[in-house]
Design a protein around this ligand. Structure first.
Ligand code: ATP
Length: 237
């Protein structure tokens, strides 16, 4: 069997007296789309930074595609694509040039036809490929980010609030892209408050509270209203 894309086992992390993560365990197999519902301060950013190897845990372990992050974070990071809330690409370069540049950084030298195909698959229309990214909307920058992830053949995609500030069309396009990526075996972990998109795309939902996953909900069998009630109750705790 394939190694899980992500395996977090009883991870703890403190900042001085403050416990940010308190025994967080989470395993993601290839193709799973996990939505992390995280009220402010619950430990979302700490979780993402630990997976990326920018922080070290005080206890527990994290593996990406079977490799310990503690062993060689640069190596495990090469299997990960991280899309922050605002995808950072070079404004003076075009979408195509950004994709070429970030692919080269990941030692992937792709010809223009392949780069353009990846941009099209990520939903960036051909007439935008050669325009300066400075004029791109948030949704367009995100599409370039997804194309970069696909060019790098990332096995694990981390997204932080991917739909905040997107119009409904862009958000729905993003759901389609995430579904397509998951069908290709990419495991996706997205921190979000967007219950509507969760219903659309997530295969699992977990509520992060006080540094651990307090409960999991099956998005397929849970009504939207129930999902919302659970989340609101969690926010009010
Ligand atoms: N560098 C740090 N120094 C001290 N405390 C920290 C540090 N980073 C995080 N914390 C604390 O750890 C807890 C979890 O923080 P984290 O940033 O992971 O939460 P979050 O869920 O991302 O919150 P938000 O959504 O508000 O950014 C919080 O109580 C926070 O104050």
């Amino acid at each position: 069997m394939m190694k899980p894309a992500l395996q977090m086992d009883k991870v703890t992390r403190r900042f001085g007296e403050r416990v940010a993560l308190n025994g967080l365990s989470l395993t993601l197999q290839a193709g799973e789309v996990y939505a992390l519902l995280a009220p402010n301060g619950a430990g979302k950013t700490t979780t993402l930074n630990l997976i990326l190897g920018f922080l070290q845990p005080d206890g527990g372990s994290i593996h990406v595609c079977g490799e310990p992050v503690a062993g060689d974070a640069a190596r495990t990071r090469s299997a990960i694509a991280y899309l922050p809330e605002q995808v950072a690409i070079y404004p003076e370069l075009s979408g195509l040039e950004n994709l070429r540049y970030f692919s080269l950084l990941a030692s992937k030298e792709l010809d223009d036809a392949t780069l353009r195909r990846l941009l099209l698959e990520a939903g960036l229309r051909a007439d935008a490929h050669d325009r300066h990214a400075r004029n791109y909307s948030k949704g367009m920058r995100q599409k370039v980010g997804i194309a970069i992830a696909m060019a790098r053949e990332a096995r694990l995609l981390l997204l932080d609030e991917p739909t905040s500030g997107l119009d409904p069309l862009a958000a729905s396009e993003l759901s389609g892209l995430l579904r397509a990526a998951s069908q290709r075996g990419v495991a996706i972990l997205m921190a979000t408050h967007d219950l509507y998109r969760i219903k659309e795309v997530a295969t699992r939902v977990g509520v992060l509270h006080a540094g651990r996953i307090e409960r999991e909900i099956d998005p397929q069998t849970t009504e939207h209203a129930t999902l919302e009630q659970v989340y609101i109750a969690e926010l009010a705790r």
